[in-house]
Design a protein around this ligand. Structure first.
Ligand code: NAD
Ligand code: DAU
Length: 345
């Protein structure tokens, strides 16, 4: 079986590549990744010379670059992770999000259809549903009410995927997952930013009142769910994936402070993210009932292991923070404060 994984040099895509190569016999992987700031070949370096693995540097939005890989290889399934994934970046500039997340998904779908790829799994997000108040959960039937430019581009991509199912009966499935944490996450996202800042003696910028709530899932539980949907999910269906672990950003900071042994003063309240969604919560009964999937890694274990991973892998995150990441923060937040992530205004 040949699987095309897109975005396989990123946080979740690389976990998927490693998981498949460890768990699935007689498989090979074509990893299509453009190597943006968020992609890192080190994430899959143990497989760089494995005959079952090949990385193709190409954009999913570039049909001419991609088509030979569909034409020359019999692809059995596409798993589309490739995306611009960071909400704060989308608030600065939404255009790259539309190009990769919407156009890229459309280009991939068309090629998959043209070359008769039997199944296309699109990796989406709970953010397409918008924001919840203190109660309630998102179901697969909840309306799409995205708020950030990132979420809007992901919702548009979901529509494009569903249209291919309805118009052409193309075999597609969509997964919508809550916030992931774990190793190899780019240190612009909350947990790796706080952990690595903590290890560097830098402050933790907490947006707004710090009471926004996310539902957290370990990345290894997410990729196992994706595999279950890829291999056993029903064509044309959407599957929510969640961790049953709702936490405010304050609670996350408290848990991380306890593990790292840091004082309360490490937390620095900063101005809020524009249009900051208040709360996400997933009803993931469908994937449990239909496919038997449930999260396995409890938060307390997963977060301790994750912190330990960053403590033991400075060789991974220090170069990342000293390169693209620092430049990003210089551009977004000004020359005076490139490292802390604290907004100047
Ligand atoms: P990431 O930013 O860590 O990785 C994205 C990867 O996509 C990078 O390797 C990058 O080089 C690649 N890429 C970007 N543009 C590309 C293009 N045009 N062509 C080919 N490759 C390109 O992202 P992530 O956090 O691993 O998220 C992966 C997917 O999962 C995304 O679709 C995201 O929307 C979704 N998702 C993420 C989370 C989360 O908590 N991180 C939760 C739910 C869903
Ligand atoms: O819910 C799934 C989504 O989770 C994915 O679709 C996105 O790709 C992924 O980036 C993530 O989006 P969030 O915006 O929820 O993640 P982020 O880590 O950026 O922020 C988590 C929360 O922490 C959010 O409420 C904003 C807050 N935050 C974030 C950063 C980076 C802070 O308070 N301070 C920070 O410095």
């Amino acid at each position: 079986m040949r699987i095309m994984v897109t975005g396989g040099l990123g946080f979740i895509g690389s976990q998927m590549v490693r998981w498949i190569l460890e768990q699935v016999p007689d498989v090979d992987i074509l990893n299509v990744d453009a190597l943006t700031y968020a992609g890192n070949p080190a994430n899959v370096e143990e497989y760089a010379h494995d005959a079952r693995y090949r990385w193709v540097q190409a954009s999913i939005a570039d049909r001419a670059q991609l088509e030979p890989w569909f034409a020359d290889q019999a692809v059995d399934a596409v798993i589309n992770f490739a995306a611009e994934s960071h909400v704060d970046r989308s608030i600065q500039s939404g255009a790259p999000f539309v190009v990769t997340n919407v156009l890229g998904t459309q280009v991939l779908l068309e090629l998959a259809r043209q070359y008769h790829v039997p199944r296309f799994l699109h990796v989406s997000t709970d953010e397409v549903y918008g924001s919840l108040g203190p109660t309630g959960q998102f179901r697969e039937t909840s309306p799409l009410e995205p708020n950030s430019p990132y979420a809007a581009s992901k919702a548009a991509a979901d529509m494009v995927v569903l249209a291919a199912s309805r118009t052409y009966q193309q075999d597609v499935v969509i997964t919508r997952c809550s916030n992931n944490y774990g190793p190899y996450q780019f240190p612009e996202k909350l947990i790796p930013l706080f952990v690595t800042n903590g290890l560097e003696g830098r402050p933790w910028p907490l947006y707004g009142d710090g009471r926004n709530v996310r539902d957290w899932l370990h990345v290894s539980d997410h990729v196992r769910a994706i595999w279950d949907v890829l291999t056993r999910g029903k064509s044309g269906q959407i599957y929510n994936i969640g961790g049953h672990t709702e936490k405010s950003n304050w609670e996350i900071a408290e848990d991380l402070r306890a593990i790292l042994g840091l004082p309360a003063s490490v937390v620095t309240m900063v101005s809020d993210r524009l249009g900051h969604d208040r709360r996400y919560a997933m009803d993931a009964q469908k994937i449990t009932k239909e496919l038997g999937w449930e999260p396995r890694i409890p938060w307390q274990q997963g977060i301790r292991d994750t912190v330990a991973w960053y403590q033991n892998h400075e060789d991974w995150w220090r170069p990342v923070k000293s390169g693209a990441y620092r430049e990003y923060y210089r551009q977004q937040y000004g020359e005076g404060n490139p490292d802390s992530g604290v907004r100047n205004s």
